[in-house]
Design a protein around this ligand. Structure first.
Ligand SMILES: Nc1ncnc2c1ncn2[C@@H]1O[C@H](COP(=O)(O)OP(=O)(O)OP(=O)(O)O)[C@@H](O)[C@H]1O
Length: 735
């Protein structure tokens, strides 16, 4: 049984939660021998139907289905197994959907622009009925054989604009091979096809690469185009197996590409590098920045060495115009593909050619654009605290999916900690977290209502979650391009969205360049930085809440840190055989007690503040959105403030439970000890005078002759919970 069939069995038999019948049926209708079992998982993940977490190593993996983690099934929600008749009906439905997609393709815009008919059917079947504007312009250009530069606003559909011409061209080559074979009298089944790597697509971030791979997999399924995705943070072995299946398209991040080229010399990839026909650089302006992506440089060198001249597609929302900043970051290397790409971005090939292929630029005119459906607002703030309070105001007054951009991992952690203290559904995404956690949190953004993701700029480019309504720039972007990409996470594919930049005095320079890039006019009297309305009453409330919540978050973090320190010290002492010295000094105990008391006081203050002041009604009234005359703003500023509370959180609850349990155990132990002492005393009394004397003596001078401590059984260090020990000691001292 092939890996694919195993996967199929699993999916049909157990029906992973959240995966609709048509997806399963579509999978069932696919060839059982093409070995592309991971594709449906990628599709499901891309559509937010199945958690990335369930996809163990690689979400678009092809092989090793049997090693994948099975989706967690809550016992209560266990679904009944489908009957054969149900399965048959679903398969028929899926087949009918494919037929109707094929019928629709005949007369579709996709077919009119010259796209292969079967591919067009696959695209329609994947949920793209007709092309977006940039796709209408870019796809025919690339199909004609031009190197194509695609610049269009964020969320305008650039991914399909570069994926489809590549698949179309691959299908055309295969058809040509078939025609040649038939002409030579070979039976169609015996015709040898070229299985070398056909296209390399490189993207700067892992999530973006996974996304591109997912779109390519979904659209190319009907024509049998295989896709592999090589990204960091996920298992190399699985990705190696993907390569073993001879994918036509390899999507990767530069880091993992370099790892494959250097550490795991993989013949397929190395050979592919020498024969590849298409090279796609998504977010090219970032990818080509000098000194940024070594993997890409190495890969391009390999192509240069083999004198390969692939057709180029260079895409980004911010390719033009070249300004001082761009000139500094985009240095032209002496020669090779890298030099060609940079020159193309710098508009040096207007109307010219690269290795005999015309260059077609679809770059914007004078300025970069943000999506027309995106409402951009700016708010002048006096300090970072003011920014924090306004961010909180925005988050509390609108229960919408939001991305909050910050400039450091530390800030991401602390801000998200503060939001979690207020019981908000907030998580972070940054470079120092494990990849699986990153994907899990992105998954939450797709599935959790009103989810807030506090992120660094790793999430600024390319990430496509159409249901994101609001972007808050808590920290200023490092470059004008970053502002455009951040803001573009909302207002995608024509949906309304809101971007709010919080501008402290030191950020004004950064935002002025962003506005210049967008072609916004600045005058002495108007800088546009007060365009976001905030009600003073509510804002003042938020300032207090923010100050208190931030303080609480800091104190709790310090407490956690000190507990960790103490437990480490205790463990070290115990491991060194100095177990008896584990006691804290009086000074330490005092400090710990103070810290606990302080946290309790802040927490109760905050709770009171939230109870008395921030009720849903207060906020809604304060905003008075009904009177808002800005209709476009009204769409995203829903009158649905969040309910905030001081969270106890799951951890706190678990701790309290553990504490109660320890207390109960301790009481039981004490009772047992007392009982044992009483028994001993009774036994002594029965034995006679000696026993009485001992008891009397002990009662008369308790200080001089302390009762012997019951001997503790030594605990093996490996099983020792130092934190619990120290906490136990602290508790005793407090009493
Ligand atoms: N022809 C189409 N019909 C319907 N939806 C489409 C079409 N093309 C793209 N989309 C949808 O539009 C959204 C944005 O597409 P995509 O991610 O390709 O944008 P982008 O231009 O690459 O954005 P960014 O610059 O942020 O990377 C996606 O959700 C995608 O599914």
């Amino acid at each position: 049984m092939s890996e694919k069939v195993k996967q199929l069995d699993w999916m049909e038999g157990e029906t992973p939660e959240g995966v609709p019948a048509e997806v399963l049926a579509r999978f069932a209708s696919m060839s059982k021998t093409d070995g592309a079992d991971g594709e449906v998982l990628a599709l499901c993940a891309q559509q937010g139907l199945v958690s990335f977490e369930t996809l163990s190593g690689d979400s678009v993996g092809i092989a090793s289905a049997s090693t994948r983690v099975r989706p967690q099934k809550a016992p209560s929600q266990k679904k009944a197994k489908k009957s054969k008749a149900d399965k048959k009906m679903e398969a028929e439905k899926a087949a009918a959907a494919i037929e109707s997609a094929k019928a629709a393709a005949l007369d579709s815009e996709w077919a009119k622009m010259g796209l292969n008919m079967e591919l067009a059917a696959g695209v329609i079947h994947s949920g793209f009925p007709s092309p977006f504007a940039i796709q209408t312009r870019a796809i025919p250009s690339a199909i004609e054989g031009n190197h194509t530069l695609i610049e269009a606003e964020t969320g305008s559909g650039k991914t399909l604009a570069f994926v489809l011409p590549v698949i179309h061209s691959w299908v055309a080559r295969r058809e040509l091979e078939t025609a040649r074979g038939v002409a030579q009298g070979t039976a169609p089944a015996d015709i040898e096809h070229d299985h070398s790597m056909y296209a390399l697509m490189v993207a700067p971030t892992r999530e973006l690469a996974l996304q591109i791979a997912s779109v390519a997999t979904s659209c190319g399924r009907m024509v049998g185009c295989r896709v592999a995705c090589l990204v960091g943070g996920l298992a190399v072995q699985k990705q190696t197996r993907q390569l073993d299946h001879n994918p036509a398209i390899v999507v990767c991040t530069p880091g993992r590409l370099l790892q494959f080229l250097e550490d795991t010399p993989h013949t397929h990839l190395l050979v592919g590098m020498r024969t590849v026909r298409w090279l796609v650089l998504d977010e090219a302006d970032k990818m080509l920045e000098k000194g940024r992506f070594g993997g890409l440089v190495q890969a391009l060198k390999k192509m240069d060495e083999a004198s390969v001249h692939p057709q180029l597609i260079i895409a980004s929302a911010t390719l033009s115009p070249p300004d001082n900043h761009r000139d500094r970051s985009l240095k032209i290397p002496q020669k090779g593909i890298m030099a060609d790409c940079v020159r193309a971005i710098k508009n040096e090939y207007q109307g010219g050619e690269i290795h005999g292929r015309p260059v077609r630029s679809l770059m914007g005119s004078a300025s970069v654009q943000t999506p027309s459906a995106l409402v951009e607002r700016w708010a002048r703030c006096s300090s970072f605290e003011d920014k924090g309070a306004r961010a909180l105001y925005l988050l509390i007054t609108r229960e919408v999916k939001t991305l909050v951009f910050v400039d450091s991992i530390r800030l991401a952690k602390s801000f998200v900690g503060m939001l979690q203290l207020l019981s908000m559904p907030a998580w972070s995404v940054h470079a120092s977290m494990p990849q699986r956690q990153r994907l899990k949190n992105m998954d939450r953004l797709r599935s959790v209502e009103g989810c807030i993701i506090v992120c660094t700029d790793v999430a600024a480019r390319g990430l496509d979650v159409p249901s994101v309504d609001m972007v808050v720039h808590l920290c200023a972007p490092v470059s004008p391009e970053v502002y455009v990409h951040r803001a573009g996470r909302a207002g995608r594919a024509g949906r309304p969205g809101l971007s709010v930049a919080l501008v402290a005095p030191r950020d004004e320079g950064a935002y002025a360049s962003a506005r210049a890039l967008l072609g916004a006019e600045e005058t002495a009297s108007y800088s546009g930085y007060d365009s976001m309305p905030f009600r003073t009453g509510s804002l003042n409330l938020m300032r207090n809440v923010y100050a208190q919540a931030t303080l609480l978050e800091r104190r709790e973090a310090a407490l956690r840190e000190s507990c960790r320190d103490i437990s480490t010290n205790a463990r070290m002492l115990l491991e060194a055989g100095l177990g008896e010295q584990e006691e804290l000094t009086e000074e330490q105990k005092e400090r710990e007690r103070d810290r606990h008391t302080e946290v309790d006081i802040i927490r109760s203050d905050l709770r009171k503040m939230l109870k008395t002041d921030i009720t849903a009604r207060t906020v809604a009234e304060a905003l008075a959105l009904k009177n808002n005359t800005d209709a476009s703003l009204d769409i995203v500023l829903r009158e649905s403030p969040r309910k905030v509370d001081v969270a106890r959180g799951a951890k706190a609850k678990a701790k309290a439970k553990a504490k109660a349990l320890r207390r109960q155990r301790w009481q039981e132990e004490r009772a047992a000890e007392e009982e044992a002492e009483m028994d001993a005393a009774d036994a002594a009394m029965e034995e006679g005078e000696e026993g009485d004397a001992e008891v009397e003596e002990a009662e008369a001078e308790p200080v001089a002759v302390p009762a012997p401590k019951p001997k503790r059984r030594p605990v093996p260090v490996s099983r020792l919970n130092a934190t619990a020990l120290v906490k136990g000691m602290m508790r005793k001292t407090r009493k």
